[in-house]
Design a protein around this ligand. Structure first.
Ligand SMILES: Cc1cc2nc3c(=O)[nH]c(=O)nc-3n(C[C@H](O)[C@H](O)[C@H](O)COP(=O)(O)OP(=O)(O)OC[C@H]3O[C@@H](n4cnc5c(N)ncnc54)[C@H](O)[C@@H]3O)c2cc1C
Length: 280
C-alpha cells in the first residue's frame, strides 16, 4: 500500500483551528490512517485491509486489548500557538518531537493570553489544582483581567525598551510572563496523541490546555476516524476501577450499600457518572 490519503484529513490540512483568544492548532501533515493501522496489525499474517466492517472490528479489538503499537504507525505533525503556561504543561508529554520559536533569535510578538472575564473563577475548595465551576463576581473578574493586562503591558514595554538599548534578545525576554504566546511544530504518533488527549481533554486538566486537546482530537478524528471511535469507546468513555472500587461495584450490584468513604467515594461516583444517593 502506498501513501494513505484520507479525504477528511486532506480537507483539514493547513486550516488554523482557533484556540483561546490568539492561539491555534493547524494540522501540517499526516502519515497513515485507519488503513495503515490494520495493515500494520495484520503484517504477521501477511494480510492487509479486508472489509470496512472487519477493519473496524480489528481496530476496536486492538484498542480494547491495549495492543497499541499499530497505532504508533500513524504520525501527525502540527503547528500550534499557545501561551507559555500551556506549553509548559504540553511539553511534559515526552513522546513527541518539537521545534519551538526561539526568543533568543526572534523578537517576541506583543501577544498575550487574556482570559475572558467568564473564565475567571475562584480557587476550587475541593481540588487544590483547579478552579470553581461558577464565575467570580463581575467586579472581581473585571479587576483580575485589568491587572493581567496592565502587567502584560508593563512587561512588554520594558522588553521593547531593552531591545531599544541594544540588550541581547535572550536577556531582554527574561521577564516576559507565562501568558506570552509561543509557537511550535509538534509531531507525535497516534497512540501517544491519544494518551495526551486522554490526560489533557479530561475535566481535571486546566481549561486552557483542554481546549487545545479538543482541537488536536478534531485532527486525530479526521486522520483516523475508526481509531478515534475505538479510543472514545474503550478509553475516553471508559473508566479504570481500583480493587476497592471493584469490590464496591460487586456489593452494589448485589443490592448492598457502597462502603467507600470520603474522596475515594466521591471519585468513584464521579467515574460512574451517577449521583451518590447517600449524599443527595
Ligand atoms: C491533571 C494533571 C495534573 C498534573 N500536575 C502536575 C504537577 O503538579 N506537577 C508536575 O510536574 N506534573 C504534573 N502533571 C504532568 C504529569 O505528571 C505527566 O508528566 C504528564 O501528564 C505526561 O504524562 P506521561 O509521562 O504519561 O506522558 P509522556 O511523556 O508522553 O509519556 C507517555 C508514556 O511513555 C512512557 N514514558 C515516557 N518517558 C518515559 C521515561 N523516561 N521512563 C519511563 N517511561 C516513560 C510512560 O509509560 C508514559 O506514560 C500533571 C498532568 C495532568 C494531566
Amino acid at each position: 500500500m502506498a501513501h494513505v490519503v484520507v479525504a477528511d484529513a486532506e480537507a483539514l490540512l493547513d486550516t488554523e483551528l482557533p484556540v483561546l483568544d490568539k492561539g491555534f492548532v493547524r494540522l501540517v501533515d499526516y502519515l497513515g490512517g485507519d488503513s495503515r493501522i490494520v495493515q500494520a496489525a495484520r503484517v504477521s499474517y501477511g494480510e492487509g485491509t479486508k472489509t470496512v466492517r472487519e477493519d473496524r472490528a480489528l481496530i476496536h479489538y486492538l484498542m480494547r486489548h491495549a495492543h497499541t503499537s499499530p497505532f504508533e504507525q500513524v504520525i501527525l505533525t502540527f503547528h500550534a500557538k499557545m501561551p507559555i503556561f500551556v506549553a509548559r504543561q504540553w511539553v511534559r508529554h515526552r513522546t513527541a518531537r518539537l521545534n519551538e520559536i526561539s526568543g533568543r533569535y526572534s523578537v517576541m510578538k506583543d501577544e498575550f493570553y487574556v482570559p475572558d472575564a467568564e473564565a475567571i473563577r475562584a480557587q476550587s475548595k475541593l481540588n487544590k489544582q483547579g478552579r470553581e465551576v461558577e464565575p467570580q463576581t463581575p467586579e472581581v473578574a473585571r479587576r483580575a483581567v485589568e491587572l493581567i493586562v496592565r502587567d502584560q503591558g508593563n512587561a512588554y514595554a520594558s522588553y521593547e525598551e531593552m531591545l531599544g538599548d541594544d540588550i541581547a534578545r535572550e536577556l531582554a525576554r527574561i521577564n516576559l510572563p507565562l501568558s506570552l504566546y509561543t509557537e511550535w511544530y509538534w509531531q507525535i504518533d497516534l497512540h501517544n496523541l491519544f494518551h495526551f488527549i486522554r490526560l489533557r481533554a479530561d475535566a481535571h486538566a486546566q481549561h486552557e490546555i483542554r481546549v487545545y486537546a479538543e482541537a488536536l482530537a478534531q485532527c486525530a478524528r479526521a486522520v483516523a476516524p475508526a481509531a478515534y471511535e475505538a479510543f472514545e469507546e474503550h478509553v475516553l468513555g471508559g473508566a479504570r476501577f481500583s480493587a476497592g472500587e471493584m469490590e464496591g461495584l460487586r456489593v452494589m450490584l448485589g443490592g448492598g450499600p457502597c462502603e467507600l468513604t470520603g474522596r475515594t467515594r466521591r471519585e468513584f461516583f464521579e467515574k460512574l457518572g451517577i449521583e451518590d444517593q447517600a449524599e443527595a
